[in-house]
Design a protein around this ligand. Structure first.
Ligand SMILES: NC(=O)c1ccc[n+]([C@@H]2O[C@H](COP(=O)([O-])OP(=O)(O)OC[C@H]3O[C@@H](n4cnc5c(N)ncnc54)[C@H](OP(=O)(O)O)[C@@H]3O)[C@@H](O)[C@H]2O)c1
Length: 355
């Protein structure tokens, strides 16, 4: 492969100059180091890398935007065991322009995105000025969305849409009752609230932070409350209060949501912001026909992934996407965002401008 890029000293402009794949560009690279006490420590740093250091792939993409997902923050700080090999560029999603491709499905100039598939987990990811990926992972930017829109959605929006898609396919309808969204001020949560509202659902947004009540109301929540204000009981099955739920939190809360879900409702399990544990019994499943739906963005089959992205440009598109984009940061400032996200100091979505 022959490429030609060079970064200036401030990494603000990458421009083509020579046919040299050793020329460097900026990336957020994650390492595993052995410390003095012989513990393995995961660290990230912003540094220069060259294309020949990246994992193999058919398509070289000039990354315009990436985003910061919870998983990116866990991966880069080592607070979660996300990476399967080291070193690796972080970033589980990207949108950009094809620079070159050895696969005939893509040509230079195509606007594309990649999310999941192992990007930023087993393969060099999107928090970099360039990426090189297998052509099978690449999706053309859908009609109705810009590259920046795609990364405002990012894996968070894709996953929220995947959850809703699975619920709809499994018979969810507004007449079953309101849908609870937990971790509502976060990326997945805020996008789920806005998408569900646009699809005609009554939405109860559950947030631990009262300062985002107005934000969530503006996104379409008919009620915004704390977990305590939901009025959940400790019983394994109790009064049906909700048509279903999208849960980002896990644990006792997820179990209680199941216990209060209406006949044949759906609860989608997306996240573990509190814990990976799940307390439940079989009663909601065998006495009410409630379904607990798994939602895994990383390994979502490509045909379904393409369908979800197409619909994100159409009927799943959140009407208030620009409100949910709370900040655009340059790649060099991404470290601060990781810490703030894990410390529950951010809301909505943060997009990373990689150029
Ligand atoms: N299954 C998948 O494929 C997939 C894909 C994407 C994300 N996820 C998971 O989904 C979750 C949300 O991801 P995200 O990118 O939206 O993250 P995010 O932007 O950081 O949002 C997470 C939200 O969860 C709530 N939260 C944080 N810590 C909490 C705690 N200790 N207890 C209870 N609530 C807490 C907060 O909302 P409030 O302050 O409003 O309560 C926070 O805004 C994460 O667990 C992530 O790993 C899974």
């Amino acid at each position: 492969m022959r490429l030609s890029l060079v970064a200036d000293f401030g990494y603000n402009n990458v421009f083509w100059q020579s046919q040299d794949i050793t020329v460097e560009f900026l990336a957020c690279r994650i390492y595993q180091n052995q410390s003095d006490d012989s513990k393995k420590r995961v660290e990230h740093r912003l540094e220069s890398v060259s294309l020949n250091q990246l994992c193999d792939g058919d398509v070289v993409i000039k990354v315009h935007y990436s985003g910061v997902n919870y998983k990116d923050a866990l991966a880069a700080t080592g607070k979660g065991a996300i990476l399967k090999s080291f070193p690796l560029n972080g970033g589980i999603d990207l949108a950009g322009v094809v620079e070159s491709s050895t696969d005939s499905r893509f040509i230079a100039g195509d606007q594309v995105l990649v999310n999941g598939c192992g990007l930023g987990e087993v393969h060099d990811g999107g928090l970099a000025q360039f990426a090189r990926v297998p052509a099978d992972w690449v999706i053309k930017i859908p009609d109705g969305l810009s590259m920046k829109d795609c990364m405002t959605l990012g894996t968070a929006g894709f996953t929220a849409a995947l959850a809703i898609h699975r619920m709809l396919e499994n018979g969810q309808s507004p007449d079953k009752g309101p849908i609870v969204v937990t971790g509502a001020s976060g990326g997945v949560g805020s996008l789920a609230v806005n998408m569900l509202s646009g699809l005609g659902y009554e939405v109860i947004a559950v947030s631990g932070r009262r300062e985002f009540d107005d934000f969530l109301t503006e996104l379409g929540a008919s009620k915004v409350c704390s977990v305590e204000q939901l009025g959940l009981s400790e019983r394994p099955l109790d009064k049906a209060l909700f048509g279903g739920a999208i849960d980002n939190v896990g644990g006792k809360l997820l179990g209680s949501l199941l216990a209060h879900t209406n006949l044949w409702g759906n609860v989608a399990s997306i996240g573990l912001a509190d814990t990976h544990q799940l307390d439940t019994t079989v009663f909601p499943f065998i006495l009410r026909g409630v379904s607990l739906l798994g939602v895994s963005s990383t390994n979502c089959p490509m045909p379904l992934r393409r369908t979800i992205w197409e619909r994100l440009g159409q009927d799943y598109k959140p009407a208030k996407l620009s409100k949910i984009l709370t900040e655009e940061v340059p790649l060099k400032d991404v470290s601060v965002v990781f810490e703030e996200l894990l410390n529950r100091q951010r809301f909505g979505r943060t997009v990373v401008n990689c150029q």
